[in-house]
Design a protein around this ligand. Structure first.
Ligand SMILES: [Zn+2]
Length: 684
């Protein structure tokens, strides 16, 4: 849970930044990029690569404006097919600018290029907002009749989706309302950037003078935290300090200080900002004809509406409560054994005692697994599994246009023919993205071009050509690889807005979480995971690893549902004169498996409340679907069976956004999904 895993993609008119992580700790700063961008002037020099990129970006922005003008100028002289084709080209150009800006600003080694990419993202976003409220552009598209015989069903599906987005953005409102929407949207962007900026700019420090307080921490951590000349050791709330302390420090008070400091980041600066944001989001939703923000955002998702979201969250919260309580009992027993009878379980015990229980009770030490996961073997394993289940092959190639010379490139071949391009940027580098993510580079378009996407990660740098990674890292890599294959296999779409991972947002974590199933089965791991002597990973080690991971699953799921309920509930309240802190504590007491403390402020630093807004439930929702799909596959030939996997590929992975999530599930399972398999998994 330490790692933040992101899927980055651009959908329609919004740059979507999806986090695959599950803890609020993972939401540090997505610092205010646009503000910085606006300070740049045309006279600045961005280096050779940056200048070239900006030139390309400006050219494409002009081209987008021209296409829009072209569509508006003489709609009657064009066939419906031609108009839709033009609009598709416009969206291809937009998505390229978003996607490439995303990759480069997060990963490019040259500062000039990173800045140029930020400028480009900001410019294309601003243009897109304008286009989304452009009534003439909307009218030109809306002039195509729904029963126009010259267009096919897939064209009609596309047209409806496009027009639906225009309406959701308020294009058909009167001019005064549209101006008000524009004003609120701009204000919201500003509030969002300030909120993230306040989190990023608020790194807290805990100063200690007694080195014994670091007892339990690894020697290299202690060596890296030497006292200064006054004998003071400084710890920060940044991850490289926070997690080692939370997992290892025997000093309960030290963990409490870390916990409370982290859960007060952004407080009080963000309190007023968040209050304003709630008011603006509600206002915007109402102007667009919805009761509240949750209803507005969920209208396009599988979940449909807040009532369904509430019922789902409540159901899983109740279901997980029983298991969470069992986990908490074990944690309490361990704590009593170590600290004496008069103790209670505190929120800052969340990582410390479970780790000890995993080592003692389940006899699992993560270090034992590491020697079977040498990185080149992991990569071979990944390819081997994919070749068997998806019937593709991978061919190592050299590409000249990668952003760093260390990036490794491959082609994906289906029946010997290249059908996609993938890049791996796996090792840390200065100024590079710090976690793991799948980045779309170019969305595939049928008959036009192949899809291209990348995994960016931070594995340990190889020593003498070898690097060993944890099982956690292997799982993360498989997760991102699920996004990657989704991106490639769904890259043969006529319309770019349905290409790759551009499906409904509460379905997008299905292909990724599904791939994680492949790292928990001994016979599958044994195909590739061997130690230096060539011995495959022992089945009992895999079994212990699985049991250890399953412990504390109850508290984990239960906590996710607490956060989901907060995320939904807060967007259903009347935000005027609303005490969001009191609401946070009410929900915490009702739903969190952990104790509630009045002096912590989650709302001020839980970035998902901005990004995911009301929809934090989507991870667990996707996981429920994954468990049903995986159960079905296991009882119909198994995870490695090419026939059932072929069906999975054709009904789900190849489809992208051309169908709804529910339709894909039904096409594969032959029925709606149920929560039964998830329930079974919880009970394990
Ligand atoms: Zn993901």
């Amino acid at each position: 849970m330490k790692k933040v895993v992101f899927l980055m993609t651009a959908i329609g008119l919004t740059f979507i930044f999806m986090s695959c992580a599950s803890t609020p700790e993972s939401q540090s700063a997505q610092a205010s990029k646009t503000a910085e961008v606006k300070k740049q002037t045309a006279a600045d020099d961005y280096g050779k690569a940056g200048n070239t990129f900006l030139k390309y970006c400006r050219g494409e922005i002009t081209a987008i404006a021209n296409i829009s003008a072209d569509i508006k100028s003489s709609p009657k002289e064009r066939t419906s097919v031609e108009v839709l084709h033009l609009y598709n080209i416009l969206e291809i150009k937009q998505s390229d600018l978003w996607n490439k800006s995303g990759i480069y600003q997060m990963n490019h080694p040259e500062e000039g290029m990173r800045k140029a990419a930020m400028m480009c993202e900001s410019a294309v976003t601003e243009q897109a907002t304008g286009l989304s409220l452009d009534y003439e552009l909307f009218s030109a598209l809306a002039a195509i009749s729904a029963d126009d015989k010259s267009i096919a069903d897939e064209d009609r599906y596309f047209l409806n989706d496009v027009l639906g987005d225009f309406k959701r953005n308020g294009v058909d409102k009167d001019e005064k309302t549209r101006d008000e929407i524009k004003r609120i949207s701009a204000e919201l962007t500003d509030l969002e950037q300030k909120y993230y900026g306040n989190i990023g700019g608020d790194r807290r420090e805990i100063k200690i003078t007694d080195i014994n307080r670091l007892k339990g921490l690894p020697a290299d951590f202690i060596a890296g935290h030497k006292p200064d000349k006054d004998g003071v050791i400084t710890l920060t709330t940044d991850y490289p300090d926070y997690f080692p302390v939370m997992e290892n420090a025997e000093d309960d008070t030290l963990r409490m200080e870390m916990y409370k400091n982290l859960h007060n980041v952004g407080y009080p600066q963000n309190s007023e900002i968040f209050s304003k944001l709630l008011i603006d989001r509600k206002k915007k939703a109402e102007l667009l004809g919805y009761k509240n923000w949750a209803e507005y955002t969920q209208a396009k998702l599988m979940i449909g509406n807040p009532e369904n979201a509430y019922n789902f969250i409540k159901k899983v919260a109740d279901m997980s409560k029983v298991y969470a309580n069992k986990d908490l009992e074990m944690i309490l027993a361990k704590k009593k054994e170590m600290k004496g009878p008069d103790v209670e379980v505190e929120a800052w015990d969340r990582f410390f005692y479970p780790r000890i229980i995993q080592m003692e009770k389940y006899n699992f030490n993560p270090e034992d697994a590491r020697k079977y996961f040498e990185i080149s073997k992991v990569m071979n394993g990944l390819f081997m599994v994919a070749e068997k289940i998806f019937g593709v092959t991978f061919e190592k190639v050299k590409r000249d246009d990668v952003w760093d010379e260390s990036v490794q490139s491959y082609n994906v071949l289906t029946n010997g023919k290249v059908t996609g391009m993938i890049d791996f940027d796996l090792y840390p580098r200065e100024n590079k993205y710090k976690h793991f993510a799948m980045f779309t580079n170019e969305l595939g378009v049928k008959g036009v071009r192949l899809p291209r996407a990348a995994i960016v990660g931070n594995f340990p740098q190889p020593v003498d050509g070898k690097a060993y990674v944890s099982h956690d890292d292997v799982q993360t890599l498989f997760h991102e690889f699920g996004h990657l294959m989704h991106s490639i296999f769904a890259g043969d779409q006529k319309y770019v807005r349905f290409s790759g991972t551009n499906c409904q947002n509460d379905f997008v974590e299905v292909p990724s979480q599904y791939m994680e199933e492949y790292v928990w089965e001994a016979p599958i791991l044994q195909l590739w995971a061997t130690n230096d002597e060539g011995t495959p990973i022992p089945a009992d080690l895999v079994e212990n690893m699985k049991k250890a991971s399953e412990f504390a699953k109850g508290v984990h799921v239960n906590r996710q549902m607490h956060l989901s309920m907060l995320s939904l509930g807060i967007y259903l309240q009347d935000p005027v004169n609303f005490d969001h802190h009191a609401y946070e504590k009410k929900i915490e007491k009702e739903y969190s498996p952990w104790k509630s403390y009045d002096d912590t402020h989650l709302i001020e630093n839980f970035g998902h409340l901005i990004g995911y807004s009301s929809n934090y439930y989507t991870y667990m929702w996707s996981l429920v679907i994954v468990k049903d799909i995986a159960g079905f596959i296991k009882s119909n030939g198994g995870l490695m069976n090419p026939a059932i996997m072929g069906k999975y590929r054709s009904t789900i992975l190849n489809v992208g956004g051309a169908k709804t999530g529910n339709q894909m599930v039904e096409d594969f399972l032959g029925r709606d999904f149920t929560i039964e398999e998830f329930d079974k998994w919880m009970k394990q």
